[in-house]
Write a protein that binds this ligand. Structure first.
Ligand SMILES: Nc1nc2c(c(=O)[nH]1)N[C@H]1C(S)=C(S)[C@@H](COP(=O)(O)O)O[C@H]1N2
Ligand SMILES: [Mo]
Length: 429
């Protein structure tokens, strides 16, 4: 749909009719509302003068053998919160969700979480071993792996610590920081099932333990059932080789489950009959409850959503009128069935419009178009997944799990829109 921003009135009104006919979710667009620049600005040099880019030829092909974003998009980058960790080797940065649209995260913007920095692994020298409770221990080269049938699947990866700083109250001002430990790409990889079948899993086997080739040698225990169901040994993201930050040349994909289990620089998979209780599944990534006990394992990333625009890093820059609200929803239980949004902190809810592919265990994009009257708003979104789970309020989460938790915060987020369009992270639940 093209909303005409400059040009003749006739064109503008035709497109206005289409715009209204297309049916906005929630409907209420006042007839008088105009978009910025709707009226022809007499004498605007950007219209009347020929600009340089319109006059001189640009760079030829091959000026950029590997293309990159426009120089005008230099603000669209991952960002770190320096006080969060003492160094950048075991640290985290965040996906700029407020700058993106659709459901796919561009490779260069996928958030990074490393426990010992980015391993630089030569694919020629990389090996994947399968050992433990198998008939034949095996070692695969990358070339060996290319001879197995592969699959292409779009999945989100969310760190269990995403929104962790927000557990006790609102902290960080921007959805990049509150919700940006999530990315969603199309993986190409070999189903782990084929590799385990090749080695011949013994009947006593119940668990696998993938291990990374980085200096943290990260290890996690994963039930064999999940390994056989939908895990992938992936070597491509969005069609090209994994980025070094994402585990080049090989990473484990564990759909719908917490990011920590998606071992990067995957070098070994041990098959066993019990979980190993490694550091990352005991002292870390477990949910400490009010009574001081911790949940043993919490694997699935529950239903969650966030409004990405408007939001603190994406304020409203006009006084009133036509406004596009958009955001992301996801669930480790499958697809998203519905997203509701409220402009008044939960008194009235309307159903948002889902647009784009609805793929199991991947990000979903929602929109709600409305006419802002310039008054203060309390924006929230609430997602419902195909299993019927409804995203909880933060109070509901704290009632169930107490104040000590960090991980697995899927509570409803509130943005406070001030009449001047400035937006803040607040909590009203
Ligand atoms: N080998 C290895 N795998 C790892 C990690 C790591 O530090 N080393 N970090 C884990 C954590 S905690 C998360 S959230 C995800 C992050 O994946 P990303 O860097 O692609 O966003 O990778 C996981 N896999
Ligand atoms: Mo993580």
């Amino acid at each position: 749909m093209s909303v005409v921003q400059k040009g003749g009135a006739a064109v503008a009104s035709a497109s206005r009719r289409q715009f209204l006919k297309a049916g906005l979710a929630g409907g209420a667009v006042a007839a008088a509302s105009t978009v910025a620049g709707g009226a022809l600005a007499a004498g605007d040099p950007l219209i009347t003068e020929i600009q340089d880019w319109n006059r001189y030829p640009g760079d030829g092909v091959d000026a950029f053998p590997y293309g990159k974003p426009s120089q005008f998009e230099s603000e669209v980058v991952r960002r770190n919160v320096p006080w969060l960790t003492s160094d950048s080797i075991s640290s985290i940065n965040f996906t700029p969700l407020h700058e993106l649209d659709g459901i796919i995260t561009p490779n260069g913007l996928c958030f990074e979480r490393h426990h010992a920095g980015i391993a630089v692994v030569d694919p020629q020298q990389h090996r994947l071993m399968i050992n433990g409770l198998v008939d034949t221990p095996l070692v695969f080269t990358m070339a060996d792996l290319m001879r197995f049938p592969r699959e292409n699947r779009v999945y989100f990866l969310e760190c269990a610590a995403n929104s962790g700083m927000e557990w006790r109250g609102s902290q960080l001002n921007g959805c990049q920081f509150t919700h940006g430990m999530v990315h969603c790409v199309m993986y190409t990889g070999v189903p782990l099932k084929y590799l385990l079948e090749e080695a011949g899993v013994k009947t006593s086997a119940k668990w696998i333990m993938p291990e990374g080739a980085d200096a943290s040698a990260m290890t996690r225990s994963i039930p064999l059932e999940k390994a056989l169901e939908d895990c992938l040994v992936a070597f491509k993201m969005n069609g090209e080789a994994l980025r070094p930050e994402q585990g080049y040349p090989l990473r484990l994909v564990v759909p719908g489950w917490e990011g920590n289990m998606w071992i990067k620089w995957l070098r070994r998979i041990e098959v066993g009959d019990e979980p190993w209780h490694q550091r990352e599944e005991t002292s870390k990534y477990t949910d400490l409850l009010a009574n001081g006990k911790a949940r043993r394992f919490t694997w699935v990333m529950d239903v969650k959503s966030v409004i990405t625009n408007p939001s603190p890093q994406a304020p409203i820059k006009y006084k009133r009128g036509r406004t596009v609200l958009t955001g992301l929803a996801w669930s480790g239980n499958g697809t998203i069935k519905r997203v509701d949004v409220t402009l008044d902190g939960g008194r009235n809810w309307v159903t948002a419009r889902l647009d784009g592919p609805s793929l199991s265990k991947s990000l979903h994009r929602f929109y709600y178009e409305f006419d802002w009257d310039g008054s203060e708003l309390f924006l929230q979104s609430r997602a419902i997944d195909e299993a019927g789970f409804v995203q909880p309020t933060k109070d509901e989460l704290r009632a169930a799990r107490g104040d000590n938790s960090i991980y697995h915060n899927n509570g409803i987020q509130t943005w406070h829109v001030n009449p001047d369009g400035v937006i803040e992270n607040v909590e009203i639940s």
